[in-house]
Ligand binder design. Structure first.
Ligand SMILES: NC(=O)CC[C@H](N)C(=O)O
Length: 223
């Protein structure tokens, strides 16, 4: 039976939402793990949820990225294990160097919390295989440091781009990226808060559900 690890750092706040979706919505065996207990080589996928690890001191994700736990996650990633970072988890993956670029304070410089639309540009990842190429979905965002920056967009796989408006000034409207192999993915929007229609405001759709279903299916084979 495949098992997914959800890692909790001091200040993580999206962990229980992710655990709920994995256990109760898509029904995968899921373990919530305190960061200092995390070991590589055990799990079939790893999720680093959103929040404010270490209070976003220095830069969001900078301190968590230097933990022993992230060294373990790097080893999993190098072994091809799917690794997903959501919001603060994306910031941690970028600070760790598993994903290229940087996440800067939003432009305009405010915390934004609302529903937005994103386009799926790349369905060759374990997290997007069930979407149609070019599909446009909605998810909520809630961040202060979500402006994706990279010198050249040729260096990145822009799996998700904001559609219709670019809420935080990201380069090329990038909302989420994958590594070259596709097994490491980070995104600013929250797929765990858009996986059940009961949580979705009128005019929007539960766009995150297929991400979790894709991940579940990828645990049993390729993508
Ligand atoms: N929801 C979150 O994960 C918040 C992300 C991050 N700490 C920020 O404000 O940018």
């Amino acid at each position: 039976m495949p098992r997914i690890a959800v890692i909790r750092f001091p200040g993580t706040n999206g962990d229980l939402d992710v655990v709920h979706v994995l256990r109760n919505v898509v029904k995968v065996d899921t373990e919530l793990i305190w960061y200092d207990d995390y070991k590589h080589g055990i799990y079939d996928a790893v999720v680093i949820p959103g929040g404010f690890s270490y209070g976003d001191w220095l830069r969001a994700g900078a301190i968590a990225a230097r933990s022993r736990a992230m060294g373990e996650v790097v080893m999993d990633a190098e072994d091809g294990v799917p690794v997903l970072g959501i919001c603060n988890g994306f910031q941690i993956l970028v600070e760790t160097g598993l994903l290229p670029g940087a996440l800067l304070p939003n432009d305009p410089p405010r915390f934004i919390a609302r529903w937005i639309w994103v386009r799926i540009n790349d369905v060759k990842t374990p997290f997007t295989k069930l979407y149609e190429p070019g599909e446009v979905i909605s998810m909520p965002i809630a961040h202060g440091e979500g402006r994706y920056f990279i010198d050249s967009i040729d260096e990145t796989r822009a799996v998700f781009t904001y559609f219709g408006e670019n809420p935080n000034g990201s380069v090329a409207s990038i909302a989420g990226i994958a590594n070259y192999d596709g097994n490491v993915l980070g995104l600013m929007p929250h797929p765990e808060r858009s996986a059940e229609s009961v949580l979705v405001p009128r005019r929007f759709i539960a766009g995150g559900l297929k991400l979790w279903l894709s991940l579940k299916e990828s645990l049993r084979g390729g993508w």
